[in-house]
Design a protein around this ligand. Structure first.
Ligand code: ATP
Length: 230
């Protein structure tokens, strides 16, 4: 569904991504892990058209993403939940969700409130007064309102307690089964690899390892570098 070959991206003269190859198939959960500054956020931004990039191939459902605007990429079915969530804090959950469905006239909140019942309970609450976990649920739900084929979630666990992270990660299979593949960027390597079918390890702007997530989790290099297992 998403196919990327030879992607490069720079901020001004400073190149931060080199020759990235990546693919996500329909219905998959794929994780992208790596240390701070590896370029994970930049890669998601490049895919959603927020950062200029070049690539030999960058297609989504067969459509060339190169040169497309952020809005065109959303309309093609690729949603991005940014790091830090970026909700409108003064608006209610309902209004934040409606904004997510605005471009495709989707006003059906049932799919996302079934996925995250707590959002249904708090539908009239202004987002700025919700807990971090509830805000992350609202941000993911807002992304799902565009009925994307792929949702990219950046730093799902940022600032959240482990139990809340687990609660949200537990919902990812349901998202994937309902027809939205997930590309997850996550600092918590254990959680990220446990949740995914496949994964990519990014270090200083390059993919250094990739493959089956369970195999990566068992790999001694991953265990030593990321999981503190000697
Ligand atoms: P983190 O987990 O810390 O967010 P990351 O893997 O997502 O890290 P990026 O945020 O993509 O990494 O950053 C990759 C590199 O690009 C870093 O060296 C960073 O300093 C640089 N960078 C990120 N954003 C910008 C920007 N707007 N202008 C210039 N350089 C940037």
């Amino acid at each position: 569904m998403l196919e990327v070959r030879g992607l490069r991206a720079s901020y001004g003269r400073v190149q931060v991504l080199w020759d990235i190859d990546l693919r996500v198939e329909a219905g998959e959960i794929v994780s992208l892990v790596g240390p701070n500054g590896a370029g994970k956020t930049t890669l998601l931004r490049a895919l959603s058209g927020m950062v200029a990039s070049s690539a030999e191939i960058m297609t989504f459902n067969g459509t060339d993403l190169r040169g497309k605007s952020i809005e065109q990429i959303v309309d093609l079915g690729l949603a991005h939940v940014p790091e830090g969530r970026r909700l409108f804090p003064g608006l209610t959950v309902r209004d934040n969700l409606r904004l997510g469905g605005w471009r495709n006239n989707n006003t059906d909140l049932d799919r996302v409130t079934e996925l995250f019942p707590r959002l249904g309970e708090r539908i009239e609450q202004v987002c700025g007064t919700m807990s971090g976990g509830e805000q992350q649920m609202a941000a993911i739900a807002r992304g799902l309102m565009s009925r994307p084929d792929l949702i990219m979630i950046d730093e799902l666990s940022l600032g959240l307690a482990p139990v809340v992270v687990e609660e949200i990660i537990d919902r990812l299979p349901q998202i994937a089964e309902s027809g939205t593949a997930v590309l997850l960027v996550e600092q918590d390597v254990d959680a990220a690899l446990s949740a995914a079918q496949r994964a990519y390890v990014l270090e200083t702007g390059r993919v250094v390892m990739s493959g089956d997530a369970a195999e990566l989790l068992a790999d001694s290099r991953i265990q030593q570098s990321y999981l503190g297992i000697m």
